[in-house]
Design a binder for this molecule. Structure first.
Ligand SMILES: [Zn+2]
Length: 156
């Protein structure tokens, strides 16, 4: 599988990932890789996420988190956007082994070379989303519908 993207400086935030070739709607682009850890291990190592505006953690399922700080690949640089051109899909393993589940980033729109790849992180923290936290998790995606924060409102 030839690479159709490159990581470089992004106007949204830090490093981003950009298409280097046309990508079709529905195409799988990259697997979000990293070291598997339990939720308890992630909490012990990184806290509840309230003190950092940035994360390389991806919730795989109720049991596991993918930690892209360790053995992560280019997928960890894909930025959040409120009007994304990709989405993260969990591919559950056929035999029910939750450790074998995968996070796949796939295109939800046709993407042209040069365009930045983005998906909606859909983050909700275990702590109240205060104004300070919303600012810490500020979104600079520039989309007309940008909510200004990566944090999703918590509706029960
Ligand atoms: Zn935004």
């Amino acid at each position: 599988m030839s690479r159709r993207f490159i990581a470089r400086r992004s106007p949204i935030h830090g490093t981003g990932v950009f298409a280097t070739a046309p990508i079709k709607k529905g195409e799988e682009i990259i697997q979000y890789r990293g070291t598997l850890m339990t939720h308890a291990e992630a909490d012990a190592m990184y806290g509840d996420g309230g003190e950092t505006g940035h994360t390389f953690l991806f919730t795989l399922n109720e049991d596991y988190i993918v930690d892209a700080n360790r053995k992560g690949n280019t997928a960890r640089w894909i930025n959040h956007s409120c009007a994304p051109n990709c989405r993260a899909v969990i591919e559950e393993s056929a035999n029910g082994d939750r450790r074998k589940d995968k996070v796949i980033i796939e295109a939800i729109r046709p993407i042209k070379p040069g365009q930045e790849l983005t998906y909606d992180y859909g983050i909700t923290l275990d702590v109240p989303h205060t104004a300070r936290l919303k600012k810490l998790w500020r979104c600079l995606c520039g989309a007309p519908n940008c909510t200004g924060t990566l944090l999703k409102s918590k509706r029960a």
